[in-house]
Design a protein around this ligand. Structure first.
Ligand code: ZN
Length: 120
């Protein structure tokens, strides 16, 4: 099965890498955010192995520190894995200029902000 996340792990430069998780940036500018990908192709959180669960907390913490560098008011975390069935977490900063709540998350993840692509 072709998986865009597995492909991106081979070709993109990841910000952080450990044995189980990769962090990458999606987009540019004020509406960019970060994505934490499972290193192996796994389609459900329920299929994560114990070592992957154990390293998820530290990987999320590191990812949140990257997002925090942009001084957002809030950081949203979403794990949908619908469009690309590979477990990944969206770490989405919300600044004062953004709407609050699900509408911001929806726009950020769908690439609906001007000049944005689709980064699922
Ligand atoms: Zn994959």
């Amino acid at each position: 099965m072709k998986c865009s996340i597995c492909d991106s792990q081979r070709h993109d430069s990841n910000l952080l890498k450990n044995h189980h998780w990769y962090l990458r940036k999606a987009g540019v500018g004020p509406n960019s955010y970060y994505i934490l990908d499972a290193a192996r192709h796994v389609e459900s959180l329920l299929s994560l192995q114990r070592e992957e669960w154990e390293s998820l907390g530290p990987a999320l913490s590191q990812g949140l520190q990257w997002v925090e560098q942009g001084s957002p008011q809030k950081i949203y975390i979403a794990c949908l894995s619908e469009k690309v069935p590979h477990v990944h977490f969206h770490l989405v900063p919300r600044s004062a200029d953004h709407e609050k709540g699900i509408s911001h998350l929806d726009k950020a993840l769908s690439g609906s902000y001007p000049g944005e692509g689709d980064f699922h």
